[in-house]
Design a protein around this ligand. Structure first.
Ligand SMILES: [Zn+2]
Length: 159
């Protein structure tokens, strides 16, 4: 009887560690989180399909509504805090409140959306979410592959 052994082995891991903090910083500067040279956006909020400098593919990004939620959270705290503080410490006319706070909302929102979206895309890239992983299923764990056979029984390494 011929016995064979299958040895399951992970493919050689490439050096692919991604620094999350560095990626967030680069993304918030609207730069490519991989090389810090290419631009992350082709227009105000449109993410480039590939980096013009290093060729990193950004089509897997799925930032969706997260940047808008984060900007809403940030701007809401700044504006509501500022409005309450102004109401407590100053005696501004109502017209000032009606002009200052809505304008501040719009300006802050438009100013914060690109850097926050850049940071969200960079976070997805750094954490290898969605299609940013080199392995299938968006997982950072490589699939075990049989590399050698010696007998009939298929064996897996014990965990
Ligand atoms: Zn790049």
């Amino acid at each position: 009887m011929d016995h064979k052994t299958v040895i399951w082995q992970q493919p050689k891991a490439e050096s692919d560690d991604r620094d999350l903090v560095q990626a967030l910083w680069r993304g918030s500067k609207l730069h490519c989180p991989q090389c810090d040279k290419g631009k992350l956006f082709t227009s105000y909020l449109k993410v480039t399909p590939t980096c013009s400098e290093c060729g990193t593919d950004y089509t897997p990004q799925r930032s969706d509504d997260l940047p808008a939620y984060l900007v809403l959270f940030i701007v809401g705290h700044i504006v509501v805090g500022g409005m309450m503080s102004a109401e407590m410490h100053y005696d501004w006319p109502v017209l000032w409140h009606m002009v200052i706070w809505p304008v501040l909302c719009v300006v802050l929102t438009l100013a914060l959306l690109p850097p926050v979206k850049g940071a969200v895309v960079a976070m997805q890239w750094a954490l290898k979410m969605h299609g940013f992983s080199k392995y299938p299923d968006g997982d950072d764990q490589p699939v075990l592959r049989p590399v050698e056979t010696h007998n009939d029984a298929l064996t897996r390494p014990s965990l």
